[in-house]
Design a protein around this ligand. Structure first.
Ligand code: DWN
Ligand code: SAH
Ligand code: ZN
Length: 411
């Protein structure tokens, strides 16, 4: 009894948004860095932390109890390159066109800042049209890739220190945009304040991230890993940014990354909320996104999903099927380590990213192989870790499906 109380006390921290005490509602257990693909010689010194999500009853944010130091995750050997997906390249070209048409058309010389610009998948569209832009990206290797396409990038973490440099060298921006990045940054109040300072008085902030309601409904718990310190809802982002005079005026659902939401904020406080945003906020309330019981149910659903998945994989093993993983995603690190799936159940994982080849998956140490290894051997079942890119992958794998190959997911 004594120990239990002690642990409970230990598992208390201040909410990153509102500073009230929060505690985890579940644990996924010991986790490595999701994108730290490693060589055999480094197995012994691998870093682990406890992956535990929390829900704050006060500000309704969903966040990790502990996040590893950002420098451990984002550095000169970062393993995720945005342009590996063709459909994502199309998505970002459309995103660019929409921004230009909706927000920048009336501006003579607009200035756009992207935080977490990675290999330039979005900004290269602005660069090609000669639009003044700046990427801020801490992972030097991916930033270097973007430079090849004329993207102007400052290598570093966005925050109060870097904005001084940006303001003195470039001036204020008309737009700050982020895709799958806001949910990565722990000092959210500092970020919101800095964005508010860097935008001119008519400026817009637009960002998109995996959407909490989709994660809860689909039980896509694999969106929870070290990099994703937050999983946002419209309700939670409204609370965060309105404190810094950034008014949430729209929310637009996206199909990307298994269900995302694009949020539009403006410094022009007189603009009213769109009917679509009102509907989305209503829908979240109806789903009880603001209630602790929703997260207790989510925990049960995750446990159920784990048991089910293990049953399926063990059955395939008994049938002596050749099972391999398709795409060594960040998300796969959570599935593999939570369910303790190793080489016994999945022979190897194929991936198209050169930096991941001939390494081992974080924690479970499943070998990562180039795409050629998948296409040239007889695979019975492919565990689709990139289920968010299903449309793109099914199109590509017609041959595999035709010869009887089967795709499996944890969903
Ligand atoms: O938020 C994040 C999102 C945007 O990207 C980051 N924290 C990290 C990353 O997450 P992820 O690794 O789960 O992303 P994806 O886009 O689901 O997976 C990409 C991986 O899948 C790459 O390693 C490439 C691989 N892949 C493949 O092998 N064959 C992807 C496609 C489309 C393919 O056909
Ligand atoms: N925008 C891209 C990349 C998303 S991956 C896309 O949607 O595909 C997340 C990116 O955010 C990584 O490139 C990482 O290096 C970057 N990042 C993480 N913390 C950051 C911070 N504090 N400031 C700026 N970028 C950050
Ligand atoms: Zn809070």
């Amino acid at each position: 009894m004594k120990n239990l109380t002690l642990n409970k006390n230990k598992n208390v921290r201040k909410c990153r948004v509102c500073s009230k005490n929060i505690s985890p509602f579940m644990t996924f257990g010991k986790m490595p860095i999701a994108n730290a693909f490693l060589k055999k010689k480094d197995f012994k010194k691998e870093y682990f932390f406890n992956l535990m999500p929390c829900f704050c009853k006060n500000c309704y944010s969903f966040q990790l109890f502990k996040q590893p130091d950002p420098k451990k995750m984002f550095h000169k050997n970062y393993a995720f390159f945005s342009k590996t997906s063709k459909n994502m390249r199309i998505h970002f070209e459309d995103f660019y066109k929409w921004i230009k048409k909706t927000y920048l058309l009336k501006k003579k010389t607009p200035f756009v800042i992207e935080i977490g610009s990675n290999d330039g998948i979005l900004l290269e569209n602005f660069a090609k049209k000669g639009i003044k832009h700046l990427g801020i990206e801490p992972s030097a290797n991916v930033a270097k890739e973007s430079a090849k396409n004329g993207v102007n990038t400052l290598v570093g973490f966005f925050g109060k220190n870097i904005i001084k440099k940006v303001l003195s060298n470039y001036g204020k921006a008309d737009m700050v945009v982020l895709a799958n990045v806001m949910c990565h940054i722990p000092k959210i109040n500092e970020v919101a304040k800095s964005i508010s300072e860097i935008l001119n008085k008519e400026g817009y902030l637009i960002f998109e991230d995996p959407y909490l309601l989709d994660v809860l409904k689909k039980v896509s718990y694999d969106q929870i890993y070290d990099e994703h310190v937050f999983i946002f809802s419209a309700l939670s982002v409204k609370n965060i940014f309105e404190k810094y005079d950034l008014k949430l005026i729209d929310a637009i659902p996206q199909e990307t990354h298994g269900g995302s939401m694009r949020y539009v904020f403006t410094k022009k406080l007189e603009i009213t909320e769109s009917p679509r945003l009102k509907r989305i906020l209503e829908k979240e309330k109806k789903y009880k996104i603001h209630k602790s019981e929703t997260y207790r149910n989510f925990k049960k659903n995750c446990e159920f999903s784990k048991v089910n998945l293990l049953k399926k994989l063990q059955k395939l093993k008994k049938l002596k099927k050749n099972v391999v993983g398709y795409a060594a995603t960040s998300k796969s690190t959570t599935i593999l380590n939570y369910c303790k799936i190793n080489k016994n159940l999945i022979n190897f994982i194929t991936d198209t990213t050169p930096i991941k080849h001939d390494t081992f998956s974080p924690g479970m140490h499943i070998p990562i192989k180039p795409y050629k290894d998948f296409s040239e051997i007889d695979v019975d079942t492919a565990f689709l870790f990139a289920w968010n890119h299903k449309k793109e992958i099914m199109k590509k794998e017609k041959k595999f499906l035709k010869k009887g190959g089967v795709f499996l997911t944890h969903l």
